[in-house]
Ligand binder design. Structure first.
Ligand SMILES: Nc1ncnc2c1ncn2[C@@H]1O[C@H](COP(=O)(O)OP(=O)(O)OP(=O)(O)O)[C@@H](O)[C@H]1O
Ligand SMILES: [Mg+2]
Length: 237
């Protein structure tokens, strides 16, 4: 995606509402993903990448917003239990979230925080933070609890988008990936060594996940030349 200067969820929403070009780029990404999985309903999606800072949280948030603005009931879930960021981005408390669902100490109604998209919005966006002390719940990602929680979240939304930690640093994404309907792989342009990205991609693919495609994030037209797309090579995994 092209450069996005703003750093809060409100700023992202404002830009999506006012800059048609930006909105269109994210909408096209959303519909490309839907097309990549056209033979199957893609209700639950994981956004992952090889290493830190490639744009997972940014991509997950924008995908959630454009889907909600288009009329879907969307849940954006912070499944980065180690370095959660959605609560900061959205200015909501970190307490009571995804980790609490995994631990079985909270119900859906306790964890989903509504985000106001504006009076004219056709859909709805709820954010599920990681939960305080969520790193302690990491081992539960490898348990049956995960599938149950994903199913429970899916029962409450048209679309559930999970943010995740980097796939090459820790194995969390390898547990999350096969538990969802499809995986979006973010590649920070110029940020990641090709060899590492290929390795991370292979690990995700080998986890039994359905890789929907790649998003090339932070594309700089000046550097990469005109005609470059912010994402490419969608395929069915
Ligand atoms: N397309 C973009 N244009 C400009 N800045 C961006 C873009 N994408 C991400 N950033 C910025 O880069 C930083 C890292 O992005 P983000 O938090 O989305 O990455 P991440 O992969 O989730 O990182 P982490 O692995 O640490 O969770 C943030 O400050 C974000 O605002
Ligand atoms: Mg992140």
């Amino acid at each position: 995606m092209e450069s996005i200067p703003s750093h809060s969820a409100r700023d992202y929403l404002e830009r999506l509402r006012t800059d048609r070009r930006v909105a269109q780029a994210w909408e096209t990404l959303g519909s490309s993903l839907a097309l990549a999985g056209s033979d199957k309903l893609l209700r639950t999606l994981l956004v992952c990448s090889t290493q830190p800072q490639e744009g997972k949280t940014t991509v997950a948030t924008h995908l959630a917003m454009v889907a909600a603005l288009a009329g879907e009931r969307v849940l954006l879930v912070d499944a980065d239990l180690r370095r959660p960021r959605l609560h900061t981005l959205f200015g909501i408390p970190i307490e009571c979230g995804f980790a609490d669902l995994l631990e079985g100490r909270a119900a859906f109604a306790d964890v989903a925080r509504p985000f106001d998209l504006g009076a004219d919005a056709r859909g709805a966006l709820h954010v599920v933070p990681s939960g305080a002390g969520s790193a302690a719940s990491v081992p539960l990602l490898a348990s049956q609890q995960l599938a149950d929680v994903v199913a429970a979240l899916g029962a409450n939304a048209d679309k559930v988008i999970f943010d995740s930690p980097p796939a090459l640093s820790v194995s969390d994404a390898l547990f999350l990936a096969p538990a969802v309907d499809g995986v979006v792989f973010v590649v920070g342009a110029g940020e990641v060594a090709k060899r590492e990205a290929v390795l991370a991609k292979e690990r995700i693919a080998n986890s039994g996940a359905r890789l929907l495609g790649f998003v090339m994030n932070r594309f700089d037209d000046a550097k990469h030349g005109p005609g470059y797309h912010p994402y490419h090579a969608y395929y069915e995994g």
